[in-house]
Design a protein around this ligand. Structure first.
Ligand code: XIL
Length: 313
C-alpha cells in the first residue's frame, strides 16, 4: 500500500508517531516503518526535562539530537515534546520553592531547549497536562510556586526562543467537550484576546475502545474557531488484553472515527500515534491488563485499524 504519509499529505495533513531512537537501533522493522509511513516525529521521551537537563545546568542532548537527525534524514517534521510538565521532571527542579528561582529555571530551560533546536521544530508542546479533569489547575510545582501566570510566562519565553515554532498546549481527556477541554478553551480565548502567543491545541487522545467521544469533532471545531490549530498528538486506543476479535474490530472503527473527525475540520492539521507496534507501547506499563492500542501488532502485522485509517486519509 501507499505510504500513509503520502495519503495524509494529499489532504494537507501530517501523520506522525512517537519515536524512541534506541528502538530504531535495535529493531529493523520498527525503523523501516518509522521511515516509510510518517511525516512527523515526536520524541516519546528524549526531549523531556529529565532527559535533557537531568541536573541543573547539565544538558544531555544525545537523545534529542537523535530525534531531530532521524526526522531530517527522512524528510519529516519534528513535533517538540515537551518544555514544561510536572512529570518526568527531575527532583532538583520539582523541589524548588522560591518563585523567583523557579521562574528563572523554567525560562532558562525553555531557552536552552527551544533555543538549541530553533528552526528545526515545527511545533512545541510548551505546557503539558496543566489541568485536572474538573477544569481546575493541576497543582504542579509550577502552579503551586508561580501561580496561574506560569503558562503565559512559558509561552512568551518559548516564542522569543524560537519565533518560528508553533506553540501548543497539550493535554489528555480533552477530546470531548467537558470541563477540562473547556478550561483549555477559556485559556486559549483569553490568550488570543490579550495577544499572548499560542498557535495550537494538542488533544492527546489516549482513548479506550468503543469510547470515541460523540463531541470530538465539535470540540476540535470550537478550538479552530478561536483561531488556533488543533492536532491529535498522542493517539492510541486501548482495550483489555488479551484482545478479543470484537474489540479489534471496534478499534478499527474507532481509529476511523478519530481521523474522520480531524479530517472534517479545516485547521485540524494532523494526527500522531503514540508508538508504532503494540510491542513497545507505554499502555501495559501504566494501565495494567490493557494494551493492543496501536495499529500494528507486536509482530508488525497490521491490524484492521490500519486499513480504516488509510481509507479516511
Ligand atoms: C509516556 C511514554 O510513552 C513512556 O515511555 C514514559 O515512560 C512515560 O511517558 N502523556 C504524555 C506523554 O504527554 O509524554 C507520555 O509518554 C504519555 C502520556
Amino acid at each position: 500500500y501507499e505510504p500513509l504519509r503520502d495519503a495524509a499529505e494529499r489532504s494537507g495533513r501530517y501523520f506522525g508517531f512517537a519515536y524512541a531512537p534506541h528502538l530504531a537501533q535495535q529493531d529493523a522493522n520498527y525503523r523501516a516503518i518509522a521511515e516509510r509511513e510518517f511525516s512527523m516525529v515526536t520524541a516519546e521521551n528524549t526531549m523531556k526535562w529529565e532527559s535533557v537537563q537531568p541536573s541543573e545546568g547539565q544538558f544531555n542532548w544525545s537523545g534529542a539530537d537523535a530525534v531531530v537527525d532521524f526526522a531530517q534524514a527522512n524528510n519529516q517534521e519534528v513535533y517538540g515534546h515537551t518544555l514544561v510538565w510536572h512529570s518526568q521532571l527531575p527532583g532538583w527542579a520539582s523541589n524548588i520553592s522560591d518563585p523567583t528561582r523557579l521562574s528563572t529555571v523554567m525560562k532558562d530551560h525553555i531557552n536552552a531547549v527551544a533555543g538549541r533546536y530553533k528552526g528545526d521544530i515545527a511545533y512545541w508542546d510548551v505546557v503539558n497536562e496543566a489541568f485536572e479533569d474538573n477544569g481546575t489547575r493541576r497543582q504542579s510545582v509550577f502552579q503551586r510556586v508561580l501561580g496561574d501566570g506560569y503558562i503565559e510566562e512559558a509561552f512568551r519565553e518559548a516564542r522569543s526562543a524560537d519565533p518560528n515554532a508553533k506553540l501548543c498546549i497539550n493535554d489528555y481527556s480533552t477530546d470531548a467537550i467537558n470541563s477540562k477541554s473547556t478550561a483549555i478553551y477559556n485559556l486559549v480565548r483569553d490568550f488570543k484576546a490579550r495577544g499572548v502567543p499560542i498557535d495550537c491545541v494538542g488533544l492527546q487522545s489516549h482513548l479506550i475502545v468503543g469510547q470515541v467521544p460523540s463531541t470530538y469533532q465539535q470540540n476540535i471545531q470550537r478550538f479552530v474557531d478561536l483561531g488556533v490549530e488543533v492536532r491529535i498528538t498522542e493517539l492510541d486506543i486501548r482495550m483489555n488484553t488479551p484482545a478479543s476479535q470484537q474489540n479489534i474490530a471496534q478499534q478499527a472503527q474507532d481509529y476511523k472515527k478519530v481521523f474522520e473527525a480531524c479530517w472534517a475540520v479545516d485547521g485540524c492539521n494532523g494526527v500522531t500515534i503514540w508508538g508504532i507496534s503494540d510491542q513497545y507501547s507505554w499502555i501495559p506499563d501504566v494501565f495494567s491488563g490493557e494494551g493492543a492500542a496501536l495499529p500494528w501488532n507486536s509482530d508488525y502485522s497490521v491490524k484492521p485499524a490500519l486499513a480504516e485509517l488509510a481509507q479516511v486519509m
